[in-house]
Design a binder for this molecule. Sequence first.
Ligand code: S3P
Length: 433
Amino acid sequence: MEGKPLNQTEIKRRGPLKGGITPPSDKSISHRAIIISSLAKGKSRIKNFLRAEDTLRTLEAFKQMGIKIIDEDGVIIVNGKGLNGLLEPENSIECGNSGTTMRLLSGVLAGQPFEARLTGDSSLQRRPMQRIIDPLSKMGAEILSEKGEQPPLTIMGGNLKPEDLTLPIASAQVKSAILFAGLYCDGVTSVTGPARSRDHTERMLRAAGVEVEEIGQKVSVTGIATLKPMDITIPADFSSAAFFIVAGLIIPGSEILIKNVGINPTRIGLISILQDMMGNHIELLNVSEISGEPVADILVKHSKLKGIDAGSNRILSAIDEFPILCVAAAAASGKTKITGAKELRIKESDRISSMAQELQKMGAEVKELDDGIIIKGREKLKPATINSHGDHRVAMAMSIAGLLAEGKTTVKNTDCINTSFPGFFSELEKLME
Ligand code: S3P
């Protein structure tokens, strides 16, 4: 697999995937580790921080606001200055491709007595921000968006008041932004979503000594909070492991041990969907807990997959795994239907349309639904020239699909993979040696 200078990668299968791999560290937890330790007073140590474009955006943003963050022998040391220790940034904060940086940071900035401008790349500038503007404005922040409901955003924070908010969508980014803003409010701030989204913020805030309560779908935080510095060890990202879970299942003769992976129950819907597609060829071994998050080694072996109706309830806990789940469906016998996935239309690309277009090029029969997809699989896919749509997860999912084709598949525009998984292709290579 090569192609760096051309920003494209050629994929050709050489045999089964065999061996062990530790995927890169969890992206969601890495963002939160930087944010929460910057708001704590004192020195936090973050082991296994994800050094990828998205998470480095969050790290740089806090440096820009006066937080001293250094790398000491691979451990990130954050010298937090407390809830009110941030300085007004001189320039706009560049969030790049990272929706998580922009939305989580908005919650923190809502609590600051200064003005800050957040901007991003062309993909991020198309993503909806009204979902954070509404609740944070209700709490008292002034937020100006230059292009209707999209970035850039200018946030003038301070003087927030606690609110009891109800969200129309189940979004961990919006929930987290509100919880961060709630740290600055005198009293209890609550947020109720229509379903339970990932809870890394709640877990880490609790570890920092903040009062966080969860009753059903309602999460409450009590401010004004004081955060303690922490030692945090970050597990490998389930969403990155997902590409190897599916690759191991669909490529004949494969057996892969994926090590030290976060298995937070709000993140692993893919496992239960895949188990319905095949019986039981995924095993969780050495289950333990690291820094308040459950972790395991995941053993996968090649299995025959059959199409299913995946329903709509589990998709929230498999939200970032939609592209690779589509690849599993394309390799399964019969039809797979995935619904309840409307949010996928407004991710780094419209992932429903991106996956439909690209899998069709490889011979899968695909029908787009407004909130999902129906895919009729086939045993072998056709090689094709694939467009990543500038979306890291589409690029990685389609590269795995390329391994199922007989012949050479070219995936164009693969540099975007660096936002979450630098080294993806070299890890894949190692499993083919
Ligand atoms: C994330 C939440 C999800 C997810 C994204 C990361 C987070 O987004 O898709 O990749 O770290 O909180 P939404 O909150 O928009 O669902």
